[in-house]
Write a protein that binds this ligand. Sequence first.
Ligand code: BDP
Length: 695
Amino acid sequence: EDGYDLWLRYPPVEADAAADYRASATLLVVAGESATLGVAADELERGLSGLLGATPERAGAVSRDGAVLVGRAGDAAVAALGLDLSGLGAEGYVIRSVIMDGRAATVIAGGGDAGALYGAFHFLRLIQTRQALTNLDIREAPAVNLRLLNHWDNLDRTVERGYAGQSLWDWHKLPDHLDPRYTDYARANASIGINGTVINNVNTDALSLTGPWLEKAAALAGVFRPYGIRVYLSARFSAPVEIGGLDTADPLDPRVQAWWRAKADEIYALIPDFGGFLVKANSEGQPGPQDYGRSHADGANMLADAVAPHGGVVMWRAFVYDDGVPTDRAMQAWDEFVPLDGQFRDNVIVQVKNGPIDFQPREPFHPLFGATPETPLMMEFQITKEYLGFATHLAYLGPLYEEVLDADTHVRGPGSTVAEVVDGSLFGHRLTGMAGVANTGSDRNWSGSQFDQANWYVFGRLAWDPGLGAEAIAREWAAMTFTPDPAFVEPVTAMMMGSREAVVDYMTPLGLNHLMATGHHYGPGPWVDDLPRADWNPTYFHRADAEGIGFDRTASGSNAVSQYAPDATARFADPAQIDERFLLWFHHLPWDHPMPSGRPLWDELVARYDRGVDAVGEMRRTWAGLADHVDARRHSEVADFLAIQEDEARWWRDSSIAYWRSLNGLPMPEGHAPPAHDLAHYRNLSFPHAPGHWD
Ligand code: BDP
């Protein structure tokens, strides 16, 4: 057990439960023929034979009690059942206990191919999580259309912000050799409803749009297709110049438009179900329409027109910040995109990070959500933990995703959640989506750590249904990935649910953010103030001095708070009303500001750091106590990583406290130990390639 099998392990169920399950899976009847039904049937065979120790016989009809029938709405055997399959779309499905020809059977009926496959995985999950297979009456359809992984994978096989080895895509051997791992990747994604993958980095190379690279992409698309997964590409805006021989990439120039149309035609000839383009433009030095005095809408629409005849989409990112020092970087996306509302083509969707800065351990929701009634927005979450301790720190991101999706934008009155913006219901949009920046790589365990697999898993499950709840998903994942024994699942679920808050506490408590050291974003660097752009420096974000700490985003400061709807603004703008988790994001406050706990701000801050470190110690103890439930290899890997995490949580705590004290001169609050070393010690630590022992 090295984690390769993810949550699709299918080990034998306990003997006393197996008999009942076997009685409900005696025969496998596939109602029609297609590549997707083929892989659905294969997965059912594989899963059932692993879980139940008996491969169900394949049969042409339900001739015995306990048959499993899998098919699509249009297949005769499914249609004959007269089930209500309306409104499922191609990806929805029902799973029902039925009587067919006098026999008890379970039907897994997809609206289309993908639905049948998703239903098959759901059926297996029922057994994996030890639910009964009797009286089933399940109906599912995805909340959003585009459920995508974004791979920040480069053509040299490095992965930007990837902590799990090299890129999964072995470009060198593509398109001629198809690593079986591509198929397992597709299975894993299909099992959680992910239906698209952007295979190259948003900081992209125009080369990826040249013939040989398109052939490699087409080869991957061929592997993924039966699993209902489409390939998308990040497109470099200046490609017409770099690989097209033009002297401009101006989106209003007819030659540029013609070049992109021809490029789209070329791509679709190779990949008929190509999904479309993802674009990072005019951000962090990337080229874009503004280089020619044009707007994001001009750029997006030009690409949208090129893919529209083929049914493709353009996902245009709103993560923009450019040269010059803004008053408040958190405001730039709203400033640039709100005026463009209503100007985008129907096949453009604007992709917005969950928060206004950049994938911090905690941020308030991005103010664009709810601010563009005429423009569909898709959510961009980061699955890879760029700012949350890479692969070694255990942080289950379900609560982060859930917190953002459940956040109330107030734009159409109370209860106008971010999830309703994203699923299209708030403004009636049909094009909807969620993207997750992937954490996969060539490591045997895919994600760099066993528990980071859960972040891939929860992303997919919440993109399918934002209402599922992070906790239920954690429970499901833990049961499938390790063991469904409640003596394991309950403590592990509790540990996972508290883990992200622990990271927030020891890295960036009370709304602080972006305090990570330069470049790599790993360890603490709250003192860093020497980077060329003001907004790359942690000091820009925390604004601490002798008197106080925090970024004033109210009317007396940058007034970023005014970008939210009035009710949300009122809540955030008042230090007495604001949720203290966002306090220092919006307010600059004196160190003795009284907190809801009754403690002054300084004491509260120190208490949070200690709470974070203690929580990691508790996680270690919990995990140590579960050794009997987990195979030795995975158990010890997790235990090692938790030890690293505890050590580094203390590093974060001690160095941050030492730094704040160098500014405020305050004594340690009673009962809290001073940092182990002085500030100079922490400032002088450096680890050019990888961290070592900091102490
Ligand atoms: C930041 C990353 C950077 C990405 C950028 C983006 O540090 O590597 O290129 O986001 O999303 O979080 O474009």
